[in-house]
Design a protein around this ligand. Structure first.
Ligand SMILES: NC(=O)c1ccc[n+]([C@@H]2O[C@H](COP(=O)([O-])OP(=O)(O)OC[C@H]3O[C@@H](n4cnc5c(N)ncnc54)[C@H](O)[C@@H]3O)[C@@H](O)[C@H]2O)c1
Length: 385
């Protein structure tokens, strides 16, 4: 199979490309390296050193030869996107190429507009290219569990649910009440993809993904194959950032009471799930939504796990509450379905505690790199100014 991965230079994209090559598929990547620039703008870098794409490709070609290709460019560039999709003619497109940080989108007007444009217009361009050149391809798009909002006051289904209103029943999309400009871009994408499937008979899987954690997968262990790992307030997701904090003895900074409950899954499990979806496409014209996470925890529960495991390894891990910069409930009902991927065969690679242990061990040799940029851990990006 030929897989096109816009966003191949990113945290998930790099690990996915390696996995897909390993199982014998052809991989073509696209990236504009904006993630590298945006992390730099935050004053940070990946805690695990990563190679430039040129060098990454050199190593890949030694093993996989012509099976791997890469194009530097921007999905906002209509001609570029059309050109690559028409040349590559992929069977599957895994679209990861978006600005993925909620705090980054909340910095100010400029960062909000950049995120909205980049994500919504990039996805629209890709949809038009698919319709023009590969209407039978399976478009897998990374959305987020945050699209539903974290406090809908109801159980969360996988995309659609049945409602009864004034005596009539219908199956409709579950309401989406996102909590940041970034999360709203994902909602807009979802609506556009759903409409494109209906309008042009495209097939797409829209993944509502939980928070991904982990430093490595089986394919990224060697330093030359590292995927990025961020720990700054904007791009370090809670669990990854906490592990980096634990390693340098920086108290784990929970927001308020830490009762915010979210779905989490390990990087290797994210890759496993996307691979399962590649192998099990929906029908032509079908817009399929899957909730992609393994287990749900509150932020405080996650912090306590990292504290226990860190302390067992001889670290001195403290937890400290700080004023919550976000607009969100700290105590709420949360129960989201996640059966579809299990029905396709998803099984977690390892228990969360074991993965945390592996992350801490992996980060320890890079302690000095994290220490050197520790001021990026708390930047106080506020939702309401
Ligand atoms: N990491 C998580 O916890 C998580 C959770 C839920 C959803 N997601 C989603 O999964 C996807 C991948 O996440 P990630 O953590 O790997 O992010 P990432 O930032 O590491 O990867 C995205 C890649 O896309 C590239 N990119 C962005 N805009 C582009 C454009 N216009 N043209 C070309 N390339 C562009 C970036 O340079 C980056 O390398 C994102 O859409 C993100 O919103 C991630």
């Amino acid at each position: 199979m030929k897989i096109l991965i816009p966003g191949m230079d990113g945290y998930i994209g790099w690990a996915l490309a390696l996995k897909q090559l390993k199982i014998g598929n052809q991989v073509c990547g696209i990236d504009n390296f904006s993630r590298r620039r945006n992390v730099e703008e935050m004053g940070s870098y990946s805690a695990l050193p990563i190679l430039e794409m040129k060098e990454r490709l050199k190593f890949l070609r030694e093993t996989f030869g012509e099976k791997v290709s890469f194009f530097q460019g921007d999905l906002l560039d209509v001609d570029f996107t059309n050109d690559i999709v028409s040349k590559v003619k992929p069977d599957v497109i895994v679209h990861l190429a978006e600005q993925p940080s909620a705090p980054y989108s909340m910095i100010d007007q400029e960062h909000n507009i950049y995120t909205q444009k980049n994500n919504v217009i990039g996805t629209l361009n890709l949809l038009h290219s698919v319709q023009k050149h590969v209407p039978k391809a399976h478009l897998i798009k990374l959305g987020t569990m945050g699209e539903y909002g974290y406090d809908p006051g109801l159980d969360i289904p996988e995309g659609f649910f049945e409602v009864e209103f004034r005596g009539k029943k219908a199956t409709v999309p579950f309401p989406k009440i996102a909590g940041s400009w970034y999360h709203w871009t994902k909602v807009h994408d979802s609506n556009n993809i759903m409409f494109a499937c209906k309008l042009w008979n495209l097939k797409s899987t829209d993944i509502m993904q939980g928070i991904v954690y982990g430093t490595k997968t089986e394919q990224t262990i060697d330093e030359n194959y590292h995927t990025r790992f961020d720990f700054d307030e904007a791009f370090g997701t809670s669990m990854n950032r906490f592990c980096a904090q634990a390693v340098i003895g920086y108290p784990l900074t929970i927001h308020g009471s830490g009762g915010q409950t979210r779905g989490f899954l390990a990087l290797s499990d994210s890759i496993q799930c996307i691979s399962l979806l590649i192998d099990n496409p929906p029908d032509d014209g079908e817009y399929r939504v899957v909730n992609q996470f393994d287990e749900q925890y509150s932020v405080l529960e996650i912090a306590k796990k990292i504290q226990n495991i860190g302390n067992q390894k001889g670290l001195n891990v403290e937890i400290k509450s700080k004023e919550n910069p976000r607009l969100e409930s700290e105590k709420h009902y949360y129960n989201a379905d996640h059966e579809k991927l299990k029905n396709l065969g998803f099984k977690r690679t390892r228990e969360i505690d074991d993965e945390i242990g592996i992350m801490i061990e992996h980060l320890l040799p890079y302690k000095d790199r994290i220490e050197e940029r520790k001021e990026v851990i708390v930047k106080n990006i506020k939702w309401q100014k």
